[in-house]
Design a protein. Structure first.
Length: 256
């Protein structure tokens, strides 16, 4: 069996195992996606979660636990699982574009976009679950509303569609995600805000800057949906200001 056939068989086996143990809550899907190394499967799980959540089949957390209790009782990965076939380099070691080779450079650009969107799936799910765990100062009963989770599930689903679009285009060009080296600068840039108390920094500064940069660099089909992200980010920031800083949502927005 070739390495490609082995990878396909492993993905199929993982998919069957996942279907047999589908999470019973949205936060369970978040932890599962972050622990899944196949990006196509990450996208599939994201669409499945969105479909079940919209059909009212999937609570944010099990009825017996609050969102905070569920996350505290289950470990969140420091870094998401990533495809094992990726060759990861330091950003400074990434190869330069090939001079005069338009076809190769087109594949290089599309591969880069697919890589960005694959990380965006993970980042959206990570935001959805990471920042519910820390207690709010002076307000232990504060709970993020369902709209917070619905918004970030919607973002994750959009990122999954973007990845699938770029990945399908790679296949049309007789290539695939993982064919070229990549770097993990995007995830490294948000690691300093991995602590729950730094949620506001990640949402206000990190994610919004990355979304704007991606849209500016690539005038593509992904831009239309990315333009809607700042409003979701502002809403999420206002909720987290209320949770972490004890101010009202309106005061939190004004403070930004």
């Amino acid at each position: 069996m070739t390495s490609a056939e082995t990878a396909v068989a492993a993905t199929a086996e993982q998919k069957l195992e996942t279907q047999a143990t589908a999470p019973d809550c949205l936060l369970g899907y978040a932890l599962l996606v972050l622990a899944t190394n196949d990006t196509v499967e990450k996208a599939r799980l994201t669409h499945e979660a969105k479909r079940r959540f919209d059909a009212k089949e999937l609570p944010v957390a099990p009825p017996s636990q609050t969102e905070r209790e569920y996350v505290q009782n289950n470990s969140i990965r420091d870094e998401p699982a990533r495809p094992t076939n990726l060759k990861v380099l330091a950003p400074k070691d990434m190869p330069a574009p090939a001079k005069g080779d338009e076809a190769a450079n087109r594949i290089r650009l599309i591969h880069s976009q697919a890589h960005i969107e694959s990380f965006a799936i993970d980042l959206s799910w990570d935001i959805l679950c990471r920042f519910v765990a820390a207690p709010a100062p002076g307000n232990d009963e504060f709970r993020l509303p369902p709209e917070f989770f619905a918004d970030w599930l919607r973002v994750a689903c959009e990122e999954a569609r973007h990845f699938e679009t770029w990945n399908n285009r790679l296949k049309e060009l007789k290539s695939h995600y993982g064919a070229l080296p990549v770097h993990n600068g995007l995830w490294q840039s948000v690691r300093p805000s991995c602590c729950a108390i730094q949620a506001i920094e990640r949402l206000c500064c990190r994610h919004s800057t990355l979304a704007a940069t991606c849209s500016r660099v690539s005038r593509s089909c992904t831009c239309a949906t990315k333009r809607g992200e700042p409003l979701r980010l502002l809403y999420s920031c206002s909720l987290l200001c209320e949770q972490r800083l004890g101010s009202s949502a309106a005061d939190g927005c004004a403070a930004l």
